[in-house]
Write a protein that binds this ligand. Structure first.
Ligand code: SF4
Ligand code: SF4
Length: 446
């Protein structure tokens, strides 16, 4: 039975969603829910972190799940996991908490998207602009539940290192470890000139430097030759995206026909977002920074885009970038977003037939030649220096609670959100001395 102090500990320990934007878990679990869904879909190509955690740390994950059930009052839990992991499913099935079942998911992308996962598990569609809790559902990632179940401060992060490395693996590293050390732990790159995608091939971002630190939400590093087509795509600037959209979009609408959110019945049609670029549609509504009320509201132009990147990296036969056009439009549609309706949607009758198999996606991304396995390393990294960013996830930046030259022990609070603000505590990930404190980060050395 969970106690009030146990509830407080989730916040005290700085647990945030480890698989996405990092929403504070104590806040999420404060809601009353009917169902807790464990998101074990892990649909980014080459990433294996959640599966490895389920294999090696089920005890902690199970304890975290029981806490989530108790905390939210949910009557049932469902683990959403790819059907291809049948051996693991059989193992888990023998050790499930009460009222917990397993939902076998197709090996398709993006089955880990919350909206798709909730649809696959419950058969219901979260309304556009809505949240799982609108259907009485809480979705929690595997590593998040692991962190809840560990009942200690979040000082370390699990992540997969894959792609052009000698020994792809999943490993545990202190938060703040530089990417360079993580790549080195995987045997280093197999090519001299390489770049790193942070978070995955589909929804990641290009690392600017190998000095960047691992944060509480870094799920994986994909190392690729600098000349790899994916790296070239991620390096394109907005002006080039816009130029190509105007020059080459033939309005075939493949991007829309395979868009997972369109297939859920949401009002989104990326080909129309592309049309808006070519014909000055939505963009002109914001000319000079002003919304032109006389032009129609193009809700289909990207407002409900989940940024899965399927349209840009798989669907478009012209290698255009409707995802970034949707993102560009979305940022300009915040006013409409605040007025987003919560109308019921019906999924497209062909939603199941149009799922994109991971094998085809991996081939299209040019990743088939890399090893698709990343076993969990038995050892943790122990860097002599870590950099802890004060803004690592959703919510306000943390306020430092330590000063330069102060000695700290592993797990000691380094910084906390401002009073009453959404956020999560940050802890020392190694024992050592505070070397510097700024508005952006705290540096520790052992
Ligand atoms: S798939 Fe490509 S070419 Fe076709 S409408 Fe979409 S962006 Fe244009
Ligand atoms: S990134 Fe493209 S495919 Fe994905 S939700 Fe947005 S518009 Fe749809």
């Amino acid at each position: 039975m969970i106690t009030l102090s146990m509830k407080d500990l989730i916040a005290e320990h700085g647990v945030v969603g480890a698989g996405g934007a990092g929403f504070p878990t104590a806040v999420k679990l404060a809601a009353r829910a009917e169902t807790v869904i464990v998101n074990a879909a892990e649909c980014e190509p080459l990433l294996h972190k959640d599966k490895e955690l389920l294999i090696h740390h089920w005890t902690e994950i199970r304890r975290g799940l029981e806490t989530a059930l108790d905390r939210t009052g949910a009557k049932r839990a469902v683990i959403g996991i790819k059907e291809k992991h049948e051996k693991l499913i059989q193992r888990l099935a023998k050790q499930l908490p009460a009222n917990t079942s397993i939902c076998r998911l197709a090996d398709a992308y993006p089955s880990g998207d919350e909206f798709i996962l909730v649809y696959d598990v419950t058969g219901q569609v979260i309304p556009p602009g809505g949240l799982p809790i609108h259907l009485g559902v809480i979705v929690s990632n595997v590593e998040t539940l692991y962190n809840v179940g560990c009942e200690r401060p979040v000082t370390h992060k699990y992540l997969t290192v894959a792609g052009a490395v000698r020994e792809p693996l999943t490993l545990r590293v202190p938060v703040g470890t530089p990417f360079s050390s993580v790549v080195q732990a995987a045997g280093g790159s197999t090519v001299p000139d390489f770049r790193v995608l942070v978070g995955g091939a589909m929804m990641g971002r290009l690392a600017q430097t190998l000095d960047e630190p691992v944060t509480k939400t870094t799920g994986g590093l994909i190392v690729l030759p600098a000349s790899h087509p994916l790296i070239v795509r991620y390096a394109l600037g907005w002006r080039e995206v816009e130029r190509k959209a105007k020059a080459a979009c033939d309005q075939c609408s493949f991007c829309t026909e395979l868009c997972p959110r369109y297939l859920l019945g949401h009002p989104i049609e990326p080909h129309k977002a592309m049309r808006s670029v070519g014909f000055g549609g939505h963009e002109t509504r914001f000319r000079h920074g002003q919304l032109d009320e006389n032009r129609p509201t193009p809700v289909s132009e990207g407002l409900y885009c989940c940024e899965c990147n399927l349209c840009s990296l798989f669907s478009c036969p012209e290698d255009l970038d409707p995802k970034n056009v949707c993102v560009f439009n979305k940022s300009r549609m915040k006013r409409e977003a605040s007025q987003a309706g919560n109308g019921a949607c019906r999924a497209h009758p062909l939603i199941n037939a149009r799922r994109v198999p991971i094998t085809r996606l991996t081939r299209k991304l040019g990743l088939s030649s890399f090893a698709d396995k990343a076993p969990l390393s038995a050892t943790s990294l122990a860097p002599a220096r870590v950099v802890i960013p004060l803004r690592q996830h959703i919510g306000r930046a943390c306020v430092p609670a330590v000063t330069v030259n102060q000695s700290v022990r592993e797990g000691q609070i380094l910084a906390a959100p401002p009073d009453g603000a959404l956020g999560a505590n940050l802890h020392a990930s190694i024992a050592g001395t505070v070397k510097s404190v700024s508005e952006e980060q705290i540096v520790l050395e052992s």
